[in-house]
Design a protein around this ligand. Structure first.
Ligand code: NAP
Ligand code: GCO
Length: 263
């Protein structure tokens, strides 16, 4: 019998007060997991706790900046004490800066790399010893179309290409401890992060980028955070115990598609 259940598992989803992280954590809870999440500010954690409660989910929320190794180590120790050792980690917290590369400061570039690549390293490093002790663990890194593709203004999001390779490195180094590390590469998903790309124009028409994405996606729509739930539950469950170092693109077909032919 294939086992997709997360019953009895403890899952830490970073930056999961809303958006993709919230949807994945909520899906994990429905599959039986105990949910722990963090966010960078108390007000976001409070907002998240209220949203989980409204969804009928008992979640544990903590303030923690995932780029800060000391804070992350303290968070993991606190979770182990108050909730239990972590079985599933989703490195979801992320940022993007849309700035033409020659106008971007090195400090801005570093900030994106810090949250989107250094932080998954820091958090994974903190939870792996507990997973080794338990004899199993699942790490899911939230990658991107930009793990494979380039586009104007998002040079620092190259971090997501690095995150794909970090995924393969963790899988290579800790697979023998029954730890599977995989990525999910979301396509274009309607969340606050992508809201500026979907804003209506002054004349009420669609943002040109919005129309571009719908045309570029065989599914002919933006994804929703809920589209990521099934793939995430699969990668967190025993059903994927021999899947390691893979990035599962959940993109409505973008990466498979050459684009619409001109009329
Ligand atoms: P989002 O709406 O911006 O949510 C990300 C969360 O992470 C926010 O709560 C954010 O807090 C938090 N965060 C940022 N920096 C942090 C830090 N240093 N420590 C702790 N938490 C921090 O993003 P989303 O669209 O749901 O995206 C979630 C993940 O998917 C990100 O890694 C993103 O890059 C990735 N992704 C998104 C899309 C998409 O189309 N939306 C596609 C592919 C990949 P603040 O609100 O304060 O920033
Ligand atoms: C952008 C977008 C993307 C998406 C996503 C695609 O400006 O191109 O924000 O980077 O958020 O990561 O997978």
């Amino acid at each position: 019998m294939v086992n997709f259940s997360l019953e009895g598992k403890i899952a830490l989803v970073t930056g999961a007060s809303y958006g993709i992280g919230f949807a994945i954590a909520s899906g994990f809870a429905k599959a039986g997991a105990t949910i722990v999440f963090n966010d960078i500010k108390q007000e976001l954690v409070d907002k998240g706790l209220a949203a989980y409660q409204e969804a009928g989910i008992k979640a544990h929320g903590y303030v923690c900046d995932v780029t800060n190794e000391e804070q992350v180590n303290a968070l993991v120790a606190q979770i182990e004490k108050e909730v239990g050792a972590i079985d599933i980690l989703v490195n979801n917290a992320g940022i993007i800066k849309r700035i033409p590369m020659i106008e971007m400061s090195a400090a801005e570039f570093r900030q994106v790399i810090d949250v989107d690549l250094n932080a998954p390293f820091i958090v994974a490093k903190a939870v792996i010893p507990g997973m080794i002790k338990k004899g199993h663990g699942k790490i899911i890194n939230i990658c991107s179309m930009m793990s494979e593709l380039g586009r104007e203004t998002v040079s620092a999001y190259a971090a997501k290409g690095g995150l794909k390779m970090l995924t393969r490195n963790i899988a290579s180094e800790y697979g023998e401890y029954n730890i599977q590390c995989n990525g999910i590469g979301p396509g274009y998903i309607a969340t606050p992060q992508t809201a500026p790309l979907r804003e209506r124009q002054a004349d009420g028409s669609r943002h040109p980028f919005d129309a571009f994405i719908v045309a570029k996606t065989p599914a002919a729509r933006w994804g929703t955070p809920e589209d990521l739930v099934g793939p995430a539950v699969f990668l967190a469950s025993e059903a994927s115990d021999f899947v390691n170092g893979h990035v599962l693109y959940v993109d409505g077909g973008i990466l498979a598609y050459i684009g619409k032919q001109p009329k």
